[in-house]
Design a protein around this ligand. Structure first.
Ligand code: FAD
Length: 340
């Protein structure tokens, strides 16, 4: 397990000694100028390129993965500086938008650390999206200006726990990196990946996922379509609708949730309500990061869970649990003054 215990600190150690130091985390404030917005709703464009985006990579290959607009971009770092990362890390890209200026956005790394200085991104070309359109417009041989890699490792924190991975759309990227790294490094706990897409035309990366599943019986994956075509025999529905009923236990796993902020926030909150500790849930919202789950939606998600190995705080009345004569938190009414 030593291999999987490699955490942010050790990744940072690997970066120490490089000049200049690389950003490590958007939350830790070590690199205040690493422009990362949780949902892409972001800072205004800059008239000039930022001096912080001083790293360079050359585009080696661009592959259209789906007819619905998903591309895989293969870059090679050409600035001569080390490119050290863990699964879950991202690069922050500077895009030059004609007539607008320079904008910045993070993209998680799809490839595995051992492939550096080559790295891959999987990018969804979203309608009206300027920064994804910029990446999609790059030609082989073009140079990318970026910062990083930085971010949080998605490697398991505890030994002996299974992994449950949930991705929507291109949130699959860092989870592919994670799965490859763990399986080929000897991780022996079950890894279950649930991937939510809208259309059958959105499905991609099947060769990679099949290769993992055929070589490593401990890995399984399921794709669920929220708008399946007629005759679709696979799983259908949003992840929040189908995954709770597929998890026989909750307490023996760590969770990684990546993609649409509605899914990551709703699932993380529901898991917490079911008694799963925050320390084993990691989430990364690519967009919709400020989504606040609706109470009724959460109640519906909770009702779909079948696992009963944890105490679900939301479902318990503490008074029943501890045989109290009144609910916890309710203060006893002051008793009436005694009359003589
Ligand atoms: C930590 C982190 C890692 C990220 N990694 C990736 C990655 O690996 N690949 C990737 O493609 N994006 C990734 N993103 C999102 C990325 O940074 C941009 O926000 C995204 O490319 C959209 O930027 P835009 O300017 O093209 O569109 P915007 O103008 O920001 O958005 C246009 C519209 O599209 C919606 N939208 C944005 N992204 C998506 C999506 N993926 N699917 C459906 N609708 C969407 C927005 O909510 C908005 O309504 C990541 C974001 C974060 C915070």
């Amino acid at each position: 397990m030593a291999r999987f215990g490699r955490d942010r600190r050790s990744a940072r150690k690997a970066e120490v000694g490089q000049t200049p130091p690389e950003p490590t985390s958007r939350d830790e404030g070590s690199e205040p100028n690493l422009h990362v917005e949780p949902d892409g709703a972001d800072q205004p464009a800059r008239a000039k390129p930022s001096r912080h985006y001083d790293r360079r990579a050359k585009l080696l290959e661009r592959t259209l993965l789906t007819s619905t607009g998903t591309v895989r971009l293969t870059f090679e770092v050409v600035d001569g500086r080390p490119f050290v990362f863990l699964p879950g890390y991202f690069v922050s890209v500077e895009s030059e938008i004609p007539g607008v200026g320079f904008r910045h956005s993070p993209y998680c790394i799809l490839s595995r650390p051992g492939q550096a200085p080559v790295f891959e991104l999987i990018v969804r070309l979203v309608g009206g999206g300027e920064r994804s359109a910029y990446l999609g417009s790059l030609e082989v041989g073009d140079l990318l200006a970026f910062r990083g890699p930085g971010g949080h490792s998605m490697l398991p924190r505890a030994s002996g726990l299974d992994l449950v991975l949930l991705a929507t759309g291109v949130g699959i990227g860092p989870l592919c990196s994670l799965v490859g790294e763990l399986l080929e490094g000897g991780f022996d706990r079950p890894i279950r990946l649930f991937w939510g897409l809208r259309l059958a035309e959105d499905i991609c990366l099947i060769d990679e996922l099949e290769a993992f599943a055929s070589v490593y019986p401990s890995f399984s994956y399921r794709i669920s379509l929220s708008a399946p075509p007629p005759g679709w025999n696979g799983v259908r529905g949003r992840l929040t609708e189908i995954v709770p009923a597929l998890l026989g236990t909750l307490g023996a796993s760590e969770y990684r949730l990546v993609g649409n902020g509605a899914m990551t926030e709703e699932m993380a909150t529901a898991l917490g309500d079911m008694g799963v500790g925050k320390e084993v849930i990691y989430r990364e919202a690519y967009f919709n990061g400020r989504h606040r789950p609706d109470k009724a939606v959460l109640a519906a998600i909770r009702s779909r869970f079948v696992a009963s190995d944890l105490l679900a705080p939301s479902a318990l009345d503490a008074a029943d649990l501890f045989h109290l004569d009144r609910p916890l938190g309710r203060t006893r009414r002051p008793s009436a003054p005694k009359e003589d």
